[in-house]
Design a protein around this ligand. Structure first.
Ligand SMILES: [Zn+2]
Length: 313
């Protein structure tokens, strides 16, 4: 590792979240040689772009004698990767923010901007759990739910609007989602919803969906009911995705995937039970954990450095 740090080049990878920002230095073979996490700084409610520029400088120092030659940044929301603009990142307080231009001017090197989930998907499709196929999905289930979709070896982006599987309606009579629609997948299957719903039913305060997963394994009928509803919602949304995109592999990530087969085994069964003519995907846990965003950002940064733009031929 030291040898690589003395010679050679690295890229800075930055995964911006509403509460923390993860940074990494990544070599061209995608080895992560340095990581750091820091609290997100806000100015008047919006995540401070100057902080990201400062983090790039810190990574330059951390690189020692190695050269940082490019930057990849991942962020949540509606992120227009082609234009390098954060169209609407509600959690970060950004709207129509030309982040790529701002950061490349501040850092004086090529910057790539990506959506956090699609960037994580790029990593899972390249070096993670969904490699070796031309059609795949990566679906992290956490506070929210979104998907990265690979079709014929091309990641769907649609100017930042693609992949919002968490807002497929799975229960038209259900509760109103943060987006304003009733019964979105997120209202039955996000980690936050699962914990909240179980607490409502039982009066027992639980903070994490992982606690509900523990209760499912212990045979708690209330937990089994809440979990079962989430699994059915996920299976319904994935059935739609399989019908439209025919993935060969679906990699499930995010906090909920940490419950392992408590989630994946019944989800596999529910999905297979719904599919008729569609290609049946392999349902697997994602393998890169919360490094996926940084590794994907690094892939984009290396593409920006070499002038290779990912996209349709
Ligand atoms: Zn919604």
């Amino acid at each position: 590792m030291d040898g690589d740090l003395k010679a050679g080049q690295l890229v800075a990878a930055i995964d911006v979240g509403g509460t923390s920002i993860k940074t990494a230095l990544v070599a061209e073979d995608l080895r992560v040689v340095h990581t750091h996490r820091t609290a997100t700084r806000r100015v008047a409610g919006s995540v401070d772009v100057d902080q990201i520029a400062e983090l790039i400088e810190e990574l330059r120092s951390a690189a020692g004698t190695a050269t940082v030659c490019g930057v990849g940044v991942a962020a949540p929301g509606i992120i227009d990767e082609r234009q390098g603009v954060a169209r609407a990142a509600v959690n970060l307080g950004w709207r129509e923010l030309p982040l790529r231009a701002l950061l490349s001017e501040a850092a004086g090197m090529p910057v790539a901007l990506g959506h956090d989930v699609r960037t994580g998907g790029l990593a899972e499709f390249t070096v993670g759990a969904a490699t070796g196929v031309r059609n795949a999905m990566f679906m992290p289930i956490g506070t929210g739910i979104a998907a990265a979709v690979l079709v014929d070896d091309h990641r769907l982006d649609a100017d930042g609007y693609a992949g919002e599987i968490g807002h497929i309606v799975v229960d038209p009579q259900g509760t109103v989602c943060g987006c304003g629609t009733r019964g979105c997948l997120e209202t039955v299957a996000s980690a936050m919803h699962i914990a909240r719903r179980y607490a409502e039913i039982t009066g027992r305060p639980v903070i994490r969906a992982a606690d509900v997963a523990d209760a499912v394994r212990a045979g708690d009928p209330d937990a089994v009911a809440v979990w079962g509803r989430a699994v059915e919602g996920l299976a319904a949304a994935l059935t739609t995705a399989c019908t439209l995109f025919a993935p060969e592999i679906v990699a499930i990530g995010g906090g909920l995937a940490e419950s392992g087969d408590t989630l994946l085994a019944p989800l596999r069964e529910a999905l297979v039970g719904r599919l008729t003519f569609q290609r049946v995907p392999k349902l697997v846990p994602a393998s890169l954990g919360d490094n996926a965003g940084c590794i994907g950002s690094a892939i984009m940064a290396w593409q920006a450095v070499s002038g290779r733009a990912e996209g349709p031929a």
